[in-house]
Structure formats: structure tokens, C-alpha cells
Design a binder for this molecule. Sequence first.
Ligand code: CU
Length: 185
Amino acid sequence: MKSTRPRVGSTRVAILVVVAALASLLACSTALAGTVYMKADKKGLRFVAPKTIVAGEELTIVNQSNPRQVGPHTFSLVTKGSLPKTPKARQLCFTPNHICKAIAAWHGVKGNGPVKQNPATAGAEGWDTLGSVSKKGDSWFTGEKPGTSFSQAVTVDTSAGASRIYFLCAIHSGMQGSINVLPGG
Ligand SMILES: [Cu+2]
């Protein structure tokens, strides 16, 4: 009986160590919650984004796909109504008076010319302005190099409560998503 006591004690210590490790892992994943990944794999081209973020927190965009295989991307804030919903709308997205073409113009692109402004900024500093065909929004272009990323605070107005931001890739109009921005403490 005596010999089992230390073993029980060390098991308890081991459990505590595991619990502490799990707690720090959870804290870590919370800190990483403000990251949007651009992915291209078996599940297709897509944004993988957190469901929520707190206003004032940094939102980082990371390109995890290979630009040589799928081209570059943009992470562009647009109004909900600006997201191309139908296959036809997605097909026409990069034509005049459509949102993908408008996003290119936010970046200073003329015709088939180069990106001249990156990030494209609108409104106050940070991710705060959802654009449309008639209004410039905040946008970042990944460029042609693999593994690029960009980070800035989410500064969208939450004074009237949680506010959802919508985003689109101007190059792959099927890449769309949203994040609910919760008022800060
Ligand atoms: Cu894209």
C-alpha cells in the first residue's frame, strides 16, 4: 500500500502538468484567433477565418497557397450587397462596374497594369471600411511571392453593437467570407 502512494502523487502532478500545458495551448490559440488564411487544397480555394474578433484586435492575413499555382489573392473588405452571389455575377466580377474590377482600381491598377497601392486604404487606420463599386474600401494584395502576410487592427465601428465585416478576393471571386466584430471591452 505504502509504495502506491508516491505513484498516485506523481500521477496527480502529471495530470496537473498536462492541464497547465492545455491551458497555455488554449491561451495561444486565442491569441492566434485573429488570423485569416488563404488556402488552396483539396477543399478548394478559400478563406479560413475566425467566426468573431474583438474590435481593436489585430487581424492578420496569411497566404498559405502557392501564387505560382493559383495566382495571388486580395483580402478586400466589401459591403454584404457587393459580394457576387450567383455564378454569373462571379464570372462578371472582373469587368467594368463590378466589384472585383473596382477593387483593382482601389490598388491603383489601370487596365492590365501593376498594383500601385498596397494596402489600399480607406477611412480611418485599420480594417474599418467596407467598399463597393462606388466607394473605396480597405484591401490587401498578397503579391506574387509565396507566404506573404499583412496585419492591422480591426477598427470598424462597433459603438452600436457587433458589426459584421465581409470580404472578397478580387482575383478568385468565389473566395468570400465574413467575421463578426464584437465591441471591445
Ligand atoms: Cu484569391
